[in-house]
Design a protein around this ligand. Structure first.
Ligand SMILES: Cc1ncc(COP(=O)(O)O)c(C=O)c1O
Length: 356
């Protein structure tokens, strides 16, 4: 089976397994785990921040960031289709106690004029104070789109002017960095905090790291405990995360190249399926709206032919390239799409004939 459902399906490398076996361990919630500390130091270094905190997941990284920045009060400005809004079970409201205001966005980038209009450092008679602005790069729902650096700089200037913190959900920030050709710190410098996952394209089995100022991370550590995320001998996981940071970032360019090839192959089958120009990183969105079959039907037919994919909406599929997808899998993916498009086209044709 070719599995393009997500880059989270990646398995740890042999080097990660060996590092996990050998990891020096301690109780991270008492005197500290030396391997976790090494990962946190490496994460702080790579993002150019003072400090970092190892957490269970990207979702926990965002939740703890929301809590630590806001202290459970005020309004958060963010894109309405970002991961926090779409896939984190409403934790922003139900756990962090925050009011969220979705801002109209283009390819995952909330409109700066709208943000400027809404930003308000102080509570007033008819306006909640803005507690935080959040952005996501790469942007999952926007098909792996990368926020441009000049956009980040302008957003940073806007939020700084009002003393409002900016959190970057950088679950796939290394994909963004590779696509932009800059170190991750070149993106992270525009935010007060950034979280990234080692468990996605970087292939580690577990974990994310939240990075920011020393004060912020001290608060985040307390909130991590509040949400049940205090860790013990977590060095066994952090060891794989260290290998991820040392060895797995540069190869992300291969995932991007293969995603682009898949998009070009699908575009050649039918230009309406996808636009290769929109593929910036390792995610390809496929629009099947014009085919007469919905995403569920496509997914079932693709799975029968040996390709696992995910539904993004009623008429959209999401394909994600990763370490286990080589050039042969790309060729096979395109061939499977071609045969499924033909088969679904034929059954659509006969359904039409029957209707007439
Ligand atoms: C942009 C973004 N943020 C956060 C997450 C959450 O990560 P996790 O699945 O580790 O909770 C994801 C997961 O896909 C994501 O794409």
């Amino acid at each position: 089976m070719i599995d393009l459902r997500s880059d989270t399906v990646t398995l740890p490398t042999e080097e990660m397994r060996e590092a996990m076996r050998r990891a020096e361990l301690g109780d991270d919630s008492r005197e500290g785990d030396p391997t976790v500390r090494r990962l946190e130091e490496a994460a702080a270094r790579i993002t150019g921040k003072d400090a970092a905190l190892f957490v269970a997941s990207g979702t926990m990284s965002n939740l703890v960031a929301l809590l630590a920045h806001t202290g459970r009060g005020g309004e958060v400005l963010l894109d309405g289709d970002c991961h926090i809004m779409r896939s984190e079970m409403g934790g922003i409201a139900s756990l962090a106690g925050l009011f969220y205001r979705p801002i109209p966005s283009r390819r995952g980038a909330p409109d700066l004029d709208e943000i400027g209009e809404r930003l308000s450092e102080k509570l007033s008679a008819n306006k909640l104070a803005t507690a935080l602005v959040c952005v996501e790069t790469t942007h999952n729902s926007a098909g792996g789109a990368v926020l441009p650096l000049d956009y980040m700089a302008r957003l940073r200037a806007l939020t700084a002017e009002q003393n409002v913190p900016l959190h970057i959900d950088g679950a796939r920030v290394f994909n963004a960095a590779v696509a932009l050709g800059v170190p991750a710190a070149g993106i992270a410098r525009h935010g007060d905090s950034i979280g990234f996952c080692v468990s996605k394209g970087l292939s580690a089995p577990f974990g994310s790291v939240l990075c920011g100022s020393a004060d912020f991370i001290e608060k985040a550590r307390a909130y991590r405990r509040m949400v049940g995320g205090g860790l013990r001998q977590a060095g066994i996981m952090a060891a794989a995360g260290l290998v991820a940071l040392e060895r797995m970032i540069d190869r992300l360019a291969e995932d991007h190249r293969r995603a682009r090839r898949i998009a070009e192959g699908l575009h050649a089958i039918d230009p309406r399926l996808t636009d290769p120009r929109l593929v910036e990183t390792n995610i390809v969105m496929v629009d099947v709206g014009h085919t007469g079959s919905d995403a569920k039907t496509w997914i079932a037919a693709l799975a029968k032919a040996g390709l696992a994919s995910g539904a993004w909406s009623r008429n959209a599929l999401r394909l994600v390239t990763h370490r286990h997808i080589d050039d042969a899998a790309v060729d096979e993916t395109i061939a499977i799409f071609r045969s499924v498009a033909a088969a679904l086209g034929r059954s659509e044709g006969s359904a039409l004939k029957r209707a007439v």
